[in-house]
Design a protein around this ligand. Sequence first.
Ligand code: SF4
Length: 145
Amino acid sequence: MSNNEPIYPIRTAARLLNISVHTLRMYEKEKLIIPFKKSTNHRLYSNSDIQRIKCIRLAINDSKISINGIKTIYSMMPCWEFINCSKEDKSRCSAYLTHNGPCWSVKGENTICAEKDCRSCSVYKDFGECDSIKNFIRNKLAGTE
Ligand code: SF4
């Protein structure tokens, strides 16, 4: 089974993380996470979601980073490298032009990503773990040496 398979109902995810259902809902409302939504509107979480939330918890509890701080860190992720955005795409995309939050929370209606399912996008699903963004930057820099 893939790490991205949505398998845990919200109560199970909360129990695995030792947090409340309310906290999980708040992270979703703040657009830090994108749980899978069933047709019944119930949420399901994958192992990858659990890792992402663990990283968020570490940032909040150990590093004392606020929710807004985490959003700013996510906003630094160069999503345009994955989507291969043109100059024109970038010129009208808040994810490229601002640092208000993760790309999936600020993308505009007229952007290349408007109709994309962010939960299935590499930018969301492959960069949930704490080390993943740093590893990406390391590899990028290694490629430019
Ligand atoms: S599809 Fe969504 S997650 Fe992927 S780069 Fe675009 S806005 Fe970000």
